[in-house]
Design a protein around this ligand. Structure first.
Ligand code: SF4
Length: 263
């Protein structure tokens, strides 16, 4: 078997396992895959499409791309590839970069702000057009880095959830790449010769120096503890409440909640 095929098989096996473990997809679901044009969202889309053909249940998939509103963001190669592979593609004109430019306040990371805007547009579109689930391409490394960032810089044990009720309380957001390492999506995207798109925006590369720092930290820890990322991910699902504590102060949530919102 070719390396390309082997890695794709690994990807679909891990996505399939996540779907089963977290009940991510159910019969008659209509799923919008948020396709930014990066390696992760491409890999997610092709994994879900592959699994769709073999699944004992029926579900619908389409890709959606929020256009940031810059001419330099050329979607034609991405769109053509989707047409070639028979995948429905929705494009929403977001003018996000203008909104970011006009509303960015001191100390706010433009890409975090942009990501929240995109998410809001996705929710609105999905609710209006009758798509009940939105699939995002966050992978294992994202899950672990977010957990570390929140612990180090925000003083909270908060990561990402593979399945959660969106802020609008209408859509369900799913993250089927929870078990997939970033290097897998890189190899899959290259193997399938998928047209990778960057943001083509002046803020590119400003996704956060803290995240870069956490990435480097984890990379160096991995040399001593090769399983550190898997262990950190597993820790998010093995929370021992009795050995933590909750402050019962004004407005603090004390009940266990089934779905947890995250950024
Ligand atoms: S570089 Fe940042 S602000 Fe610009 S479009 Fe990409 S995510 Fe948004």
């Amino acid at each position: 078997m070719l390396l390309r095929d082997r890695i794709f098989k690994t990807l679909t096996r891990l996505v399939g396992r996540a779907i089963g473990d977290f009940n991510l997809i159910e019969d008659q679901d209509r799923i919008l895959v948020a396709l930014s044009g990066g390696k992760d969202s491409w890999s997610l889309l092709y994994a879900l499409r592959h699994l769709q053909r073999k699944a004992p249940i029926k579900y619908e998939i389409a890709a959606i791309t929020i256009h940031p509103g810059r001419d330099t963001f050329d979607l034609s190669a991405l769109h053509e590839r989707l047409i070639l592979d028979g995948i429905k593609h929705e494009i929403v004109d977001g003018h996000i970069v203008d909104i970011v430019n006009e509303n960015l306040t001191d100390g706010t990371n433009p890409c975090s702000f942009c990501s929240r805007l995109r998410r809001g547009m996705l929710y609105t579109f999905a609710a209006r057009e009758g798509w009940n689930k939105i699939a995002l391409g966050h992978h294992l490394d994202d899950f672990v880095e977010t957990l570390m960032l929140n612990m180090f810089f925000n003083g909270s044990i908060k990561g990402m959830s593979p399945k959660l009720l969106a802020d609008d309380c209408q859509n369900i957001v799913i993250r089927p790449l929870v078990y997939v390492r970033e290097e897998i999506t890189r190899t899959v995207a290259a193997g399938l010769k998928l047209p990778i798109l960057g943001c083509s925006c002046a803020y590119q590369g400003m996704s956060g120096s803290r995240r870069q720092w956490v990435k480097q930290l984890l990379k160096s820890v991995e040399q001593e503890i090769p399983d550190v990322k898997s262990n950190l991910l597993a820790s998010m699902g093995r929370v021992r409440d009795r050995h933590l504590f909750r402050k019962r102060s004004l407005g603090e949530e004390t009940d266990t909640i089934r779905f947890v919102n995250d950024d």
